[in-house]
Design a protein around this ligand. Structure first.
Ligand SMILES: Cc1cc2nc3c(=O)[nH]c(=O)nc-3n(C[C@H](O)[C@H](O)[C@H](O)COP(=O)(O)O)c2cc1C
Length: 368
């Protein structure tokens, strides 16, 4: 761990402000799954970017350090920097072409998002970061990758190409963020805006929805896809009450009143499944049916035999409320003039000492 900086940041949640208690939980997809920010910085710009990033996302941070200390990459007209990059360019598949770095943890197990923050050198990825990715990029095949590049002024397409060469199998969270000497003073805004555009993997527990029928509320776990992300965004404006009807002896279904992004697959829906049908209808299953649907999630905690009763199988005009809170009625009952420092659980229970999690404060969802 000599030169290795491994910091565990404590702030929670994409798009939360530094003051977590005041932050509104606006991310459409909930908390980030376990995330690693890996960076190299020669003159400190990328370190500043990482400091800003980790004010907004919960992540472990790994700094790459050269094995050989005190080198001046910019000396003699950037001679050494150029030499390192030329060696890589000449033999990109040979480990010997890459400058040595200090030891880093070998395993990336558990990380689902990786944010790479690197300087640009001669329109390419800085050589030391290339070393790290040459050795660890192949382990990132199942991860979502985001890239931030810092340069003085040069465009970053060459760095993006290097990243794609070194991490060929990964899924990209979105477009890379380019910080340069022109926009560096607006880094805070650029970072927060960019984070909103990135499709990071989220932790499953934050993707819950609650279904209330006739005063009984059940939790549903949501799939992580564009349809559920759009649905969660709608529900962040408040609970949604629908009128659904039983059909076919296996489901209750009806219009949402708006469309969601479709990703239809031919599936056999099982009891408890929640799917999107034809882009704008929701179906809740107590039986089974094969059709082309976009999966939305699954009703949790109910057995197959309990589902027909909860879903009022056989009835028409079933009032169904979808919500991000476990008790939408209780939330509405929170007094509007609640004291500024009072927190409520999502179930509407007042709490003086909120632990980690999502709470209601001053009428807004906040993350602690
Ligand atoms: C060896 C070397 C080569 C560089 N080449 C370029 C370049 O071609 N274009 C550019 O805009 N900036 C170039 N830079 C400047 C860096 O990309 C820029 O200062 C960056 O913000 C540095 O990040 P850091 O402070 O985290 O090391 C170079 C810097 C070094 C050390």
């Amino acid at each position: 761990m000599k030169r290795l900086l491994f910091l565990l940041t404590t702030l929670m949640g994409l798009s939360c402000s530094h003051d977590a208690a005041e932050a509104t939980a606006q991310t459409p997809t909930g908390h980030l799954a376990k995330t690693l920010v890996v960076y190299y910085s020669y003159t400190g710009d990328c370190r500043d970017i990482v400091t800003e990033l980790t004010r907004h996302i919960e992540a472990d941070v790994l700094e790459i350090q050269p094995a050989e200390k005190g080198l001046k990459y910019e000396a003699n007209g950037y001679a050494l920097g150029t030499q390192l990059l030329n060696a890589i360019k000449a033999n990109p598949d040979d480990a010997a072409s890459y400058p040595a770095i200090d030891p880093v943890p070998t395993s990336l197990d558990g990380y689902r998002n990786i944010v790479i923050v690197t300087p640009l050198w001669w329109s390419q990825m800085a050589a030391l970061m290339q070393t790290y990715l040459f050795h660890h990029g192949p382990q990132m095949a199942d991860k979502t990758i985001a890239l931030v590049v810092s340069s003085a002024s040069s465009g970053i397409s060459g760095v993006v190409a290097d990243c794609k060469r070194l991490v060929p199998e990964a899924t990209w969270a979105g477009d890379a963020l380019w910080i340069n000497n022109q926009n560096r003073s607006r880094m805070g805004t650029l970072v927060t805006d960019w984070l909103q555009t990135q499709h990071f993997q989220t932790s499953q527990e934050s993707l819950d929805m609650y279904i209330t029928i006739d005063r009984q509320t059940q939790r549903a776990t949501l799939a992580d896809n564009p349809a559920t992300q759009a649905l969660v965004e709608k529900l962040q404006d408040g609970p949604l009450t629908l009128t659904l009807s039983a059909s076919g002896g296996f489901e209750i279904w009806g219009p949402l009143g708006f469309s969601l992004p479709t990703h239809d697959q031919h599936v056999t829906a099982q009891p408890g499944d929640i799917v999107l049908y034809n882009g704008s209808n929701i179906c809740l299953f107590y039986g089974s049916n094969s059709w082309s649907y976009t999966p939305l999630g699954k009703i949790a905690d109910l057995s197959e035999s309990e589902l027909p009763t909860f879903l009022k199988a056989g009835e028409t005009h079933i009032r169904v409320t979808l919500s991000l809170t476990s008790d939408a009625t209780a939330l509405r009952g929170i007094p509007a003039d609640q004291p500024r420092d009072t927190f409520y659980t999502l179930g509407g229970r007042r709490t003086e000492h909120p632990a980690n999690g999502v709470f209601i404060k001053s009428g807004k969802k906040v993350i602690r």
